[in-house]
Design a protein around this ligand. Structure first.
Ligand SMILES: O=C(O)CCC(=O)C(=O)O
Ligand SMILES: [Fe+2]
Length: 291
């Protein structure tokens, strides 16, 4: 499930063998794991290792690297606001460097999306089942349809007390899709246009987005599936990073506090083998063009 790298710096070059295996593993639903990557915080930044600055109504503190915009936080002085942005901006650039060096084939095609910081302990959090990431799911974003693009994420456990981030990882996407697609209704004609008109979605919710959201919701809602689906626990120690395509790797975050995360989008045609994408797998099963 994991391919482990002994990389110690975010800008370290990789061998051709590493690069070849990385793309192969990623496209086959495995996780690229970097147990020795340090992300150091300045004394000013260490203050942010507290749930105090997280808005209880938001799931995460988020940053948009392109627009230098921060949201989901509270109680920050003007100076701290800049410091936290600087910290997340640095993480975003490091994550991009890592991806650029290891997956050079992907890099020119990537869109840099949101950066997030998650200072709240997962176990104590109360949410609706849809928002509950302690349940196995594949990622699909209700307000940000990605229209078939891959979701590639770089995570870093920045916990200062040596606490692991604990995940469960479930069965391959194709199996998930075969289990849940028969339970899902076709999209209602006109809905996507209406959602866009009302600005509920930031872009057009394609048939692909409809199916992915429904799979996400049905997985989380199914208690029996949560308990009985093939799954394994993976512990990501403090001071480790991992890269995973969360649209096809079924995952649940069970425990942990203080996570950094950078999201990228990748068009399927940039893949080495696009038949492995959730888009092409769903199109194969439904016999329809979905975007
Ligand atoms: O917070 C985490 O460890 C992962 C949560 C999750 O499901 C996600 O970011 O997609
Ligand atoms: Fe997720």
């Amino acid at each position: 499930m994991l391919q482990t790298f002994s990389t110690m710096a975010w800008n370290e070059p990789f061998s051709d063998t590493d690069k070849r295996q990385a793309i192969e593993n990623l496209e086959n639903g495995r996780i690229l794991f970097f147990p020795q990557l340090a992300f150091s915080l300045s004394t000013d930044e260490q203050v942010f290792l507290s749930p105090h600055y997280a808005d209880p109504h938001a799931k995460n503190i988020s940053y948009h690297p392109q627009h230098h915009k921060l949201w989901g936080m509270r109680h920050l002085t003007d100076q701290q606001h800049i410091q936290l942005k600087t910290m997340l901006d640095r993480y975003s650039r490091y994550a991009y460097q890592l991806v650029q060096n290891l997956l050079p084939h992907y890099a020119p095609q990537l869109t840099v999306a949101r950066t997030s910081f998650r200072p709240v302990q997962i176990t104590g959090r109360k949410t609706s089942y849809r928002k509950d990431d302690k349940r196995l799911h594949v990622d699909a974003f209700p307000s940000a349809p990605n229209q078939g693009k891959r979701i590639l994420r770089v995570f870093y456990n920045v916990n200062p007390h040596g606490e692991d981030r604990v995940w469960r990882v479930g069965e391959p996407f194709e199996k998930v899709a075969h289990t849940f697609l028969p339970r899902i209704n076709k999209p209602i004609p006109g809905t996507a246009a209406l959602l866009r008109l009302l600005k509920i979605t930031k872009s057009y919710r394609t048939r692909y987005d409809h199916y992915m959201l429904q799979i996400h919701d049905h997985m989380k809602a199914d208690e029996r599936y949560q308990q009985q689906a093939d799954q394994q626990e993976i512990r990501f120690p403090a001071g480790s990073a991992w890269i995973v395509q969360t649209d096809d790797v079924s995952h649940a975050a069970m425990q942990g506090q203080y996570l950094l995360e950078q999201t990228f989008y990748l068009p399927v045609h940039a893949m080495q083998d696009e038949t492995r994408s959730p888009l092409r797998i769903l199109e194969k099963i439904t016999g329809q063009c979905l975007v």
